[in-house]
Write a protein that binds this ligand. Structure first.
Ligand code: C2E
Ligand code: CA
Ligand code: CA
Ligand code: CA
Length: 279
């Protein structure tokens, strides 16, 4: 039995080791990808109640030399664990500001807003406010066009510090959306105390609309709550006409989801906007 035990131990050690070296290989690849500018923004359209395109959410993609296009679920967690989310997030913000500045000079596009996901580590970074203000200034972005999306998880870190930074950025005109709303805790406190412009109803609630009575009650309540607090409410994960109809019936006026389009590379997004065709 002791030989079996030693054997098991050796296998475990081996697994642990290969796991560690695996991680560091991935980390190195991620780091090289960032310095090699392999990350680009995809754009998912956002529409108002009349079907007009009002802007997009920027969703990062890794254009990997061998693996092709890689979705964020495959690298954001590692980026968060290793701190590489800081240079990656910086690159995302830079690309977003550059794009917003380009659109501001093009007829029909100047009014678009662009929402960027910001992770907890970024928000905790000492120079974050200065970085964002520097970027919008350098690129000449109308601050109100840039929207930063935070999840409740970000707020759990150090509420007072995060809140102070949000207020600073908000006074410069930058907008905030609370992402994945309804999936975290203490949301009502946040809503009252933070300078938010928008809340995003998480797609898990939208997915159950028409199937679960409780979910339409939740969505309806969030819409009423948003209205009474003077906040925009956008539904994400709108996948079909039924979702759209039910949401409209509940008073929702802002939409994002596969029914309109999946996130697209820039040329496709601009072609989509040009075509102006809706489902
Ligand atoms: P998220 O911020 O909640 O973004 C929405 C996700 O839902 C996107 O996945 C989008 O493609 C997907 N989605 C859009 N419409 C639908 C729909 O109708 N149905 C369903 N089932 N899904 C829909 P994606 O692009 O894979 O991004 C996943 C997550 O990765 C994002 O979730 C966000 O948390 C994170 N992420 C993406 N880009 C960035 C970034 O630049 N920085 C940071 N920190 N996180 C990012
Ligand atoms: Ca988001
Ligand atoms: Ca979301
Ligand atoms: Ca999410």
């Amino acid at each position: 039995t002791s030989i079996a035990a030693i054997g098991t131990l050796l296998i475990l050690l081996h697994l642990l080791q290969s796991d560690l070296s695996e991680t560091s290989t991935q980390e190195r690849e991620l780091r090289d990808g960032i310095t090699g500018s392999q990350f680009e923004l995809f754009y998912q359209p956002q529409h108002d109640g009349k079907g007009r395109l009002i802007g997009a959410e920027a969703l990062v993609r890794w254009r990997h030399p061998e693996r092709g296009l890689v979705a964020p679920g495959e690298f954001i967690p590692l980026a968060e664990r290793t701190g590489l989310i800081l240079p990656l997030g910086q690159s995302v913000l830079e690309q977003a500001c550059r794009q917003l500045a380009r659109w501001s000079r093009e007829p029909g596009k100047a009014g678009w807003s662009l929402a960027v996901n910001v992770s907890a580590l970024q928000m905790q970074q000492a120079g974050f406010v200065a970085t964002v203000l520097g970027l919008i200034d350098y690129h000449g972005v109308v601050p109100g066009r840039l929207k930063l999306e935070l999840t409740e998880g970000v707020l759990l870190q150090d509420f007072d510090q995060v809140s102070a930074k949000m207020h600073q950025l908000r006074s410069a005109g930058i907008a905030f959306a609370l992402d994945d709303f309804g999936t975290g805790y203490s949301s009502l406190q946040y809503l009252r105390r933070l300078p938010l412009e928008q809340i995003k109803i998480d797609k898990s609630f939208v997915a159950e609309l028409g199937r679960q009575d409780r979910d339409s009650a939740i969505v309806g309540t969030v819409l009423v709550l948003g209205r009474s607090l003077g906040l925009q409410v956008i539904a994400e994960g709108v996948e079909n006409a039924e979702h759209w109809q039910l949401l409209s019936g509940l008073g929702c006026r802002l939409f994002q989801g596969y029914w309109f389009s999946v996130p697209m590379a820039l040329p496709d997004f601009e072609a989509y906007a040009e075509a102006g065709r809706l489902p």
